[in-house]
Design a protein around this ligand. Structure first.
Ligand SMILES: Cc1cc2nc3c(=O)[nH]c(=O)nc-3n(C[C@H](O)[C@H](O)[C@H](O)COP(=O)(O)OP(=O)(O)OC[C@H]3O[C@@H](n4cnc5c(N)ncnc54)[C@H](O)[C@@H]3O)c2cc1C
Length: 416
């Protein structure tokens, strides 16, 4: 079996499959550690997956910062705070999120796959999938670091190759969303003022948002997401754009004044892509290759790790299938399982991602959630992957969200 991409989704898939006895080859175009624009926060429930892979101790030993929850500052100054440890009755695997630079995290995850028995080949860029006469994927076409091309055969190809997945696009599965079209810029700072145990999101009227969070080594990750119309300015000089944007926010300017940027500013986007379905005969997609909307809720790494764990038993069934139609049925079941697992979460992510594009909406909801800490905790628990997403899609929760801030709730925030 070939796994294309050695990020969290590829590492998790390769780990689970190799541990179950499958022969797994991971191909990644990069040499690790490689840069990856990301806010680098791991939800509390991601720790369960790290633990299952045997990576949690190494992540802690690498100096991961601990996050107690999230704060969101709306354009009107309303401040929402949600804690992971909260009295809503949904315990997380751990009541802290973790934050570690991807240059440290991703090699740890890939090593777990190696230790489980997967072979990992770096600097191997997959240029295309290989198909038989019936259109069934039978392998990949790879370019090595010297540009030499060869075909590698596999009974199953897993596309874990991220946002601009070659596997998904060659199979005609990727679908770019027209809206929202946003770009991201990310950098690490030393001595960024007043960064505490809560991850911070600052949403600005019409110009995007920025996330701040402590990571390892006393550094702060600063991740900015701006509308795609800023693309021209960003490409003219992304560092100047980034620093100008931060200095232009009165609440951030004094904090950034004393800070020192210790990394280049990385850029990515536009994102928001969604595979029509996460499989084709002979191939399956996982992680960002299958689905990515907006980084505001910071759940991509969890979804990538969980996606790999979820895929493994279906991939093994497909490998052992006596006939191609049985293999296809196994991958179709994977699709169903993915939808059952992530559907409610996709809805919540999309609602949040849409609301932050409209200042009046985010201002209104922020006022409500500022006054209702219980509702904020529940929502942050959903984004932390340990409160079921349906809890914030219940009529009671939604009704309270639309009630005027300060009005007495007519129904409890959570149906019991
Ligand atoms: C600005 C921003 C902030 C974010 N912040 C957070 C956050 O705080 N928390 C969180 O959980 N998520 C966050 N995310 C999302 C998270 O980064 C992704 O969801 C996660 O990295 C997905 O993992 P993946 O393994 O699917 O893809 P990736 O991590 O992108 O890995 C894909 C791998 O495939 C390799 N590859 C690509 N093409 C090829 C090819 N043709 N051949 C061979 N190899 C290939 C790449 O080199 C890469 O190593 C953020 C995303 C963005 C853009």
């Amino acid at each position: 079996m070939i796994v294309v991409g050695g990020g969290p989704a590829g590492a998790s898939s390769a780990f689970a499959l190799a541990r179950a006895g499958a022969r797994v080859l991971v191909l990644d175009r990069a040499r690790f550690p490689r840069p990856k624009p990301c806010a680098e926060y791991l939800s509390p429930q991601a720790s369960r997956l790290l633990h299952a892979m045997g990576a949690l101790d190494a992540v802690e030993a690498a100096g991961a910062a601990h996050l107690a929850g999230m704060t969101v500052r709306a354009p009107n100054g309303a401040l929402i705070r949600g804690d992971f440890a909260a009295p809503h009755g949904f315990p997380a695997f751990r009541d802290r999120g973790l934050a570690l630079r991807r240059t440290l995290l991703d090699p740890i995850l890939l090593d777990c796959a190696r230790r489980a028995g997967a072979e990992v080949r770096e600097r191997a860029r997959v240029a295309d999938v290989v198909r038989d006469g019936c259109g069934r994927v039978t392998g990949v076409r790879v370019l090595d670091e010297h540009g030499a091309q060869r075909e590698l055969g596999a009974r199953l190809v897993i596309g874990a190759d991220g946002l601009r997945s070659v596997v998904a696009s060659r199979l005609g599965l990727s679908r770019r969303r027209r809206w929202p079209r946003r770009l991201a810029l990310v950098a690490h700072y030393e001595s960024f003022g007043d960064v505490g145990a809560w991850g911070e999101m600052h949403v600005e009227h019409d110009v995007g948002y920025v996330g701040l969070a402590a990571v390892d080594s006393g550094l702060t990750n600063v991740a900015m997401v701006v509308p795609a119309r800023a693309a021209r300015e960003v490409s003219a000089d992304r560092t100047a754009f980034f620093e100008r944007w931060l200095r232009g926010r009165p609440q951030l300017a004094p904090r950034v004044a004393a800070a020192r940027r210790v990394s280049p500013v990385l850029a990515t986007g536009p994102f928001a892509s969604h595979a029509r379905r996460a499989w084709a005969p002979g191939a399956a997609l996982v992680g960002d290759a299958a689905d990515f909307f907006d980084p505001f809720t910071g759940e991509g790494i969890y979804a990538a790790l969980r996606g790999g764990e979820l895929l493994a038993p279906f991939a093994l069934r497909a490998l052992d299938a006596p006939a191609t139609r049985d293999a296809d049925a196994a991958l179709e079941d994977y699709e169903r399982a993915r939808r059952a697992e992530f559907r409610d979460k996709w809805i919540v992510e999309r609602l949040i991602g849409t609301a932050i594009g409209f200042a009046p909406a985010i201002n209104y909801f922020a006022r409500v959630l500022e006054a209702r800490k219980d509702m904020a905790d529940l929502l942050v628990g959903v984004t932390g992957d340990f409160v079921p997403a349906r809890e914030v899609l219940r009529p009671a929760y939604l009704l309270n969200l639309f009630r005027h801030p300060g009005a007495r709730p007519v129904v409890p925030a959570r149906d019991t």
